[in-house]
Design a protein around this ligand. Structure first.
Ligand code: FES
Ligand SMILES: [Fe+2]
Length: 426
């Protein structure tokens, strides 16, 4: 059933003071690559998250600060500031701030005026984990433990992360990530050719074009099971955990690295798509890293020095009609990430979900919307919310099971497998 316009608004608006914005502010949120801010006293970096314009900098001691972008004096952008001697100094009149947002110096004021101690910038705590700088933008007393998602805990040599700008609301992007049924169509070329996807036994099972969906809630969010016919009366299950409110874990294929995403709202009409590939037990190979850098599988080639994809709405995503007609790619757009982005951006910045006509294969999306709406309400009422702490200890899997297997009970050993062990994958 289609979503009401009211619920669509509730799910998609994430700025300060909105119900969904309040929910997102209960979690650690990926903000930057650590490499975006590698040097002490290096250039500050603009960061926009959940509709708030912020500025990140690393001070002389290596501490990361994430503060509001605008100087408390007369509101110029501190992006122009001087990052020096444990603080960021506004270049207009020299006011200076530390990583916690405290004003530490107002050069024009006598030290005993007390003005400086009364001035503060909004500042959010940051942690560095899994190649990323994460921030927490919610009430200090509710700050959760650091993330426990497996990809954020493996050594750097076992992980590769890329990021691209998507010009749509986060929910459109995220719904693509949990909509397993489009893979057999839109991404059929990748199943055949992509070096990070092809070659697994499971690829053959996509001949079943009518997958059966079973979707259940769990303490981390939602488990989306997709069943296809395998050989000898068995079934092939791909199980995607969606972790509230913005992560999904893609089921593995063979011994390829496992992929995952974080769908991070920049504001209501744009989002960061973070693409994570990792192997829980072994370093990524040189060939795998090269393929990821070249834009294979979920990764995307971006315009150097930016996170804007080379193929984007301004050049019609470099659409190749001949490739579409010849079936080299199903839509004519190249690359899994841009195949997704081209269609999701084509819906407009916030799609009107009251005009959809949903079918059985949209069950994952329906359940995730419901789970998000419930979490928004629970947060408003001060009740527990999903996806915090140990509930993130879950793994995606691609598993063959007998015809009479029960979901998710008979896959629990794979979903709750030991951390840093080989994935359960065919
Ligand atoms: S505007 Fe920043 S010091 Fe005056
Ligand atoms: Fe996709």
């Amino acid at each position: 059933m289609a979503l009401s316009q009211r619920d669509n608004e509730l799910l998609t608006r994430v700025g300060p003071g909105t119900p969904a914005g309040a929910l997102f502010r209960r979690y650690w949120i990926p903000a930057l690559h650590i490499s975006d801010l590698s040097e002490p006293d290096g250039p500050p970096v603009r960061v926009k998250l959940l509709g708030e314009r912020l500025l990140a900098f690393r001070d002389s001691q290596g501490r990361v600060g994430l503060v509001e972008e605008f100087c408390a004096h007369r509101r110029v952008s501190l992006w122009f500031g001087r990052n020096e001697e444990n603080g960021l100094r506004c270049p207009y009149h020299g006011w200076k701030y530390d990583v916690d947002g405290n004003c530490t110096e107002i050069p024009s004021e006598p030290p005993d005026s007390g003005m400086c101690s009364r001035v503060r910038l909004t500042a959010y705590p940051c942690i560095e984990q899994g190649g990323l700088i994460w921030t927490y933008m919610g009430p200090p007393e509710l700050k959760p433990e650091p993330p426990e998602i497996e990809w954020s805990l493996v050594p750097d040599e076992q992980r590769y992360i890329s990021k691209r700008l998507q010009e749509s609301n986060y929910l459109q992007a995220m719904e693509g990530g949990i909509d397993s049924s489009h893979v057999a169509f839109l991404h059929s070329d990748a199943l055949r050719n992509d070096p990070l996807i092809k070659g697994s036994k499971s690829g053959e099972y996509y001949r079943d074009k009518m997958p059966h969906f079973e979707v259940v809630d769990f303490d981390g969010g939602v488990l989306i099971g997709v069943r296809r016919k395998a050989d000898e009366g068995r079934f092939y299950w791909r199980i995607t955990p969606w972790l509230a409110p913005m992560f999904n874990l893609v089921p593995p294929r063979g011994n390829h690295p496992i992929h995952g995403h974080a769908w991070v709202p920049i504001d209501d009409e744009t989002c960061w798509v973070w693409n994570i590939s990792f192997h829980p037990r072994r370093p990524l190979t040189t060939a795998e890293r090269a393929a990821m850098r070249a834009g294979s599988s979920i990764h995307t080639r971006v315009i150097p020095g930016t996170y804007i994809p080379e193929a984007n709405s301004r050049n019609d995503y470099q659409m190749d009609r001949n490739a579409q007609v010849a079936g080299m790619t199903y839509s004519g757009v190249y690359g899994v990430g841009m195949q997704d982005a081209s269609l999701q951006e084509s819906m407009g910045p916030i799609v009107d979900r009251s005009r959809e006509n949903l079918v059985g294969t949209d069950n994952g999306i329906i359940m995730v919307r419901r789970a998000l709406l419930r979490a928004i309400r629970a947060n408003q009422e001060g009740k527990p919310i999903p996806g915090l702490g140990a509930s993130q200890r879950v793994a995606s899997c691609g598993i063959e099971l007998p015809a009479d297997a029960k979901f998710p009970q008979d896959a629990m050993h794979a979903l709750r497998r030991e951390r840093f062990a080989d994935p359960v994958s065919v």
